[in-house]
Design a binder for this molecule. Structure first.
Ligand code: GDP
Length: 203
């Protein structure tokens, strides 16, 4: 059974105090606004509107939890983090999310790994690097999805992937990367292969 096929909305949180108890396993998805995160989540879950979120600038954003095993104990979660980097978001909202994201990424014990979504035409922006700096410090794994790969030629995609992998290896521990296209539904199995080991409960 594909990993995300049963994903079901579980809870939303606006503050760290709203998060559910950290006694399951979580895989978080983060990325710059418009990088293709919602489309990637919908493609992975084979569900058109799983990660539908209003894209209006300045709207209250939430951390959305989806249960991956709603019929079997609700102890595995996909966590959709708010997109960052939208220029028109007011400073106060940006500061709030900077604090929430940095603390969630660095302090959340149940967080097993991070999927960082980047537009393959603009990978590793300064804010992406900031996310990697926060998260990788703790030694947990990151898988980078280079989305919209259908917009690159085969050769450009290959070169972009090689360049990103090189940069990741040079700067952060425990990072992998792949090309992904929601439009063409390419890369789904590679994502599952990369992150399914993260869902194993510690012995
Ligand atoms: P989010 O803000 O990161 O959640 O990004 P969305 O998933 O809403 O995608 C932003 C824009 O990119 C939308 O117009 C999508 O239709 C488009 N998009 C997302 N994924 C792909 C893809 O794989 N290929 C192409 N060509 N466009 C995509």
């Amino acid at each position: 059974m594909p990993l995300f096929q049963n994903a079901t909305f579980y809870i939303s949180a606006h503050n760290l105090s709203d998060l559910p108890a950290a006694d399951g396993i979580e895989i978080a998805f983060a990325g710059r606004s418009n990088a293709g995160k919602s489309s990637a989540l919908n493609t992975l879950a084979n569900h058109n509107r799983l990660a539908y979120v209003s894209k209006q600038p300045g709207r209250t954003q939430l951390i959305n939890f989806f249960s991956l095993n709603p019929d079997k104990g609700n102890d595995q979660f996909l966590v959709d983090l708010p997109g960052y980097g939208y220029a028109k978001v007011p400073m106060s909202v940006r500061e709030h999310w900077k604090m929430v994201l940095s603390r969630y990424l660095t302090e959340r014990n149940s967080l097993a790994g991070l999927v960082l979504v980047m537009d393959s035409r603009h990978p590793l922006t300064p804010l992406d690097r900031q996310m990697l700096d926060w998260f990788c410090y703790g030694g947990k794994p990151v898988h980078v999805l280079l989305t919209k790969s259908d917009k690159l030629s085969r050769n450009d995609g290959f070169q972009t992937l090689a360049k990103v992998k090189k940069e990741l290896n040079a700067n952060w521990e425990n990072c992998t990367a792949q090309l992904f296209s929601s439009l063409k539904k390419q890369g789904v199995e590679d994502v599952e292969k990369a992150i399914s080991p993260w869902l194993k409960m510690p012995d």
